[in-house]
Write a protein that binds this ligand. Structure first.
Ligand code: HEM
Length: 409
């Protein structure tokens, strides 16, 4: 890949014909009509592991147990190649395996300590409440642009101290990086963001400030820093991980709430269920598609992976796996096992990943979702989808909605 993203790659000899499915993870068949999750769920009627000729050719894990296997076993499923199609983009620590991974992860942990998240909760609540109160006076809103891409993005911009008034421009940059499938264009999108972040990191070399980019900038003086490019690479990962994901999750939750008055009522009347509801929504609407490169020949479930094969790890398939969850497309706040498991045991869902790359932003994302569930249903109790303007889906490295028109008056 691929100057022509629609080009299909010939199947290698070790891939049996019966495992070849033309699955396009950026535009899955049926997405517009059925919605993303119902569309991909149809693949559960076939083999657990399939091979797609798209984007240079790659395996796809479709079952929760195999998604978890790939997330945890970096010795076989390496993060060194994270994108499908393969690109030269480096996003450390995500594009490194242990033991090297730990040194970069330690730098970024600074921004996500329990104390920092606790302090951010006040900001998140103020922003959430102010915006909902403003929207309430309207007849409805386009939720993606008028809410989902505002609150989490401002919280993130505060964390890294970037200008709020460039919010929309930054989101567009993140989407260009996450969704562009033409390799040359994708690399251009990365270069633009990397150049911008490099300037900021250089400007923040020296003065002591509390923001995360200043902290990353200080890494250049650490003897373990091997190359100044590592600074930009860490900042770029934060930018892409932080800008689009929570916005996508909140949009999917709001779409569900609009069609389920019973769920809205329970959130209003039984606020104690909100931590459970948060985990259930994270399960139901998991949204990350990353790749791995196979490090050695390996056979699993009768499928032969050759060294150098690419594997897609589509977390969304995991949450809707009926071998793990009864009626997986239903959102059920009373589902068994719906608690945050201690670190030593498997999590209820795979939606934040597993193993060394477990999502760094998970505590922040959880706080934002919980506060949204606490404040939104009680302030806007009546809600419905606008029948004239149905939700518009998107997919790629992160799936979600382009548009969600809601009505309430
Ligand atoms: C609902 C929101 C979010 C979801 C569903 C999500 C999901 C994920 C997943 C599945 C991974 C692992 C990817 C893999 O194994 O290839 C991951 C890693 C990561 N996420 Fe998130 N994420 C969310 C929010 C955030 C936020 C808000 C930030 C930052 C502000 C963030 C920063 C990161 C970083 C830095 C990593 C890489 C960690 C490492 O390599 O050690 N995420 N995320």
């Amino acid at each position: 890949m691929l100057d022509n993203p629609s080009e299909l790659t010939a199947k290698p000899d070790h891939v049996p014909d019966e495992l070849v499915f033309d699955y396009d993870y950026v535009n899955p068949r049926g997405m517009a009509e059925l919605g993303y999750y119902a569309a991909i769920k149809t693949l559960h009627n076939g083999p657990d592991i399939i091979w797609s000729p798209r984007y240079g050719g790659h395996w796809v894990m479709t079952r929760a147990e195999d998604i978890r296997l790939a997330q945890q076993n970096y010795e076989i499923f390496s993060h060194e190649e994270l994108f499908i199609p393969r690109t030269s983009a480096q996003l450390v620590p995500l594009t490194t395996d242990p033991p090297r991974h730990a040194r970069y992860r330690a730098v970024l942990n600074y921004g996500f300590t329990p104390q920092k998240i606790k302090a951010l909760r006040t900001d998140i609540r103020t922003l959430t409440v102010d915006l909902i109160e403003k929207l309430k006076s309207q007849d409805g809103c386009e939720f993606v642009s008028e809410f989902a891409r505002i609150v989490p993005v401002i919280v993130f911009l505060n964390l890294v101290d970037l200008p709020r008034d460039r919010r929309e421009e930054f989101i567009q940059w993140a989407i260009d990086c996450n969704a562009e499938m033409n390799l040359a264009k994708r690399e251009q999108a990365y270069e633009r963001v990397a150049a911008f972040l490099k300037n900021i990191l250089d400007e923040r070399d020296g003065p002591t400030a509390d923001d995360l980019l200043t902290h990353i900038s200080g890494w250049r003086h650490n003897p373990r820093c091997q190359d100044p490019g590592e600074l930009t690479s860490m900042a770029l990962l934060l930018f892409l991980g932080g800008l689009d994901t929570v916005a996508a999750e909140l949009s999917l939750i709001a779409m569900h709430l609009a069609e389920h008055p019973g769920h809205r009522r329970r959130l209003r009347e039984e606020p104690d269920i909100i931590p459970r509801a948060t985990e259930e929504y994270l399960r139901r609407f998991a949204l990350s598609n990353t790749g791995r490169i196979v490090t050695r020949d390996f056979t699993h479930k009768g499928v032969t992976f050759n060294k150098g094969d690419m594997v897609l790890v589509p977390v969304a398939f995991s949450g809707i796996d009926d071998r793990v969850y009864d009626n997986p497309l239903e959102v059920d706040f009373d589902r068994d096992g719906l608690v945050r498991a201690p670190a030593s045991t498997p999590h209820f869902h795979n939606s934040f990943g597993n193993g060394p790359h477990y999502c760094l932003g998970a505590p922040l994302a959880r706080a934002e979702i919980q506060i949204f569930l606490e404040e939104f249903p009680k302030r806007i109790p009546e809600l419905r989808l606008d029948p004239a303007r149905p939700p518009v889906w998107r997919a790629g490295s992160v799936e979600g909605l382009y548009h969600l028109h809601l009505l309430w008056n």
